[in-house]
Write a protein that binds this ligand. Structure first.
Ligand SMILES: Cc1cc2nc3c(=O)[nH]c(=O)nc-3n(C[C@H](O)[C@H](O)[C@H](O)COP(=O)(O)O)c2cc1C
Length: 298
């Protein structure tokens, strides 16, 4: 009932662990797969990473999360060695940054020489990194995609944010991309501590994720669907099986979850899968039958 196909690959559930701090170590990814995640994404990889550390890096609001966490703890070579171990438990999607295109070439070459993961996901930047280190351009993304394409036959996802969608420019990338992932964090956002009168984070801004951004992202995916026939993976603000269904009904082939797993723990995948099964049962549907049934009539 939960089985689904993502770019031709069979997944036992459409619910994937998205990229984030939890994906710094193989153990959390293996746990997520054991708790029923259909696939997992590691923390976005970079070759050179002289990035700043902001403390505190997280703030949890009632319906959103802010994060200023942008530094990798684990070197990229670790994943080249560990990818095979993770894939014994389920599909691994390797996330890498589009900021320095030549780094994509270095990273993907190393994977392809050692162990080729199920998919690659090119991260077109989150909102707070864009604020601190500058926006990544479509030229950088195109160069990165071409370098990855040259080195692998595996499918490549492009992870967008609502902040960096430009439909005209995306048209030029269509031939290089197999699927789109929407959305990375948006914003950035600011939360003020009224006692210290400073930002609650160690940096003025943080990327906004969680429940509050879901309606914005669903609307973004609605628009994206009018511009492309490619597979879309929906991400943002998923808290429940009902939220998963919204993305599937809109036509996503799978979804990714991050904030809820970060806040509540990797076990969430079991309950989400159980709830999704019950819900689909009641509706007399399966993941495959309910996908793309959005009623455009209204
Ligand atoms: C603490 C934190 C770290 C994140 N790190 C990454 C990252 O390294 N690469 C990436 O593509 N997305 C990253 N994200 C974005 C998430 O994968 C996701 O796209 C976004 O948070 C929206 O989904 P959510 O509301 O389910 O969290 C991060 C999000 C958070 C909260």
């Amino acid at each position: 009932m939960l089985t689904t196909y993502l770019c031709g690959k069979k997944l036992k559930s459409p619910i994937i662990l998205g990229s984030g701090t939890l994906g710094e170590k193989k153990e959390s990814l293996i746990n997520a797969l054991n708790f029923g995640a259909g696939a997992v994404v590691n923390r976005t990889l970079r070759v050179s990473s002289n990035r700043k550390i902001f403390k505190p890096a997280y703030y949890f609001g009632k319906s959103y999360m802010l994060n200023a966490d942008n530094k990798n703890v684990t070197p990229w070579e670790y994943w080249v060695r560990k990818a095979k171990e993770v894939e014994k438990y389920g599909p691994l999607i390797i996330s890498l940054s589009a900021r320095i295109p030549k780094d994509c070439g270095i990273i993907v070459s190393a994977f392809e020489e050692n162990y080729s993961p199920s998919f690659y996901e090119l991260n077109f930047s989150c909102s707070h990194s864009a604020k601190i280190y500058g926006k990544i351009s479509y030229e950088q993304v195109e160069k990165s995609l071409r370098l990855i394409r040259k080195r692998t036959k595996k499918q490549i996802f492009l992870k967008l944010s609502l902040d960096n969608i430009d439909f005209k420019q995306l048209n030029n990338l269509e031939g290089l991309v197999d699927a789109y992932v929407l959305s990375n964090t948006i914003g950035p956002g600011l939360k003020i501590d009224i006692n210290s009168r400073k930002s609650v984070l160690g940096s003025p801004f943080g990327g906004v994720s969680g429940d509050a951004i879901k309606p914005l992202v669903l609307a973004g995916i609605y628009e994206l669907k009018h511009h492309t026939k490619k597979t879309i993976i929906g991400v943002s603000g998923i808290e429940s099986a009902e939220d998963v269904l919204e993305y599937l009904i809109l036509g996503c082939d799978a979804v990714q979850i991050y904030t809820k797993a970060h806040r509540e723990g990797i076990e969430i995948f079991k309950k989400l899968n159980d709830d999704l099964k019950n819900l689909l049962n009641k509706m007399n549907e399966t993941v495959e039958t309910i996908k793309g049934t959005f009623n455009y009539g209204k």
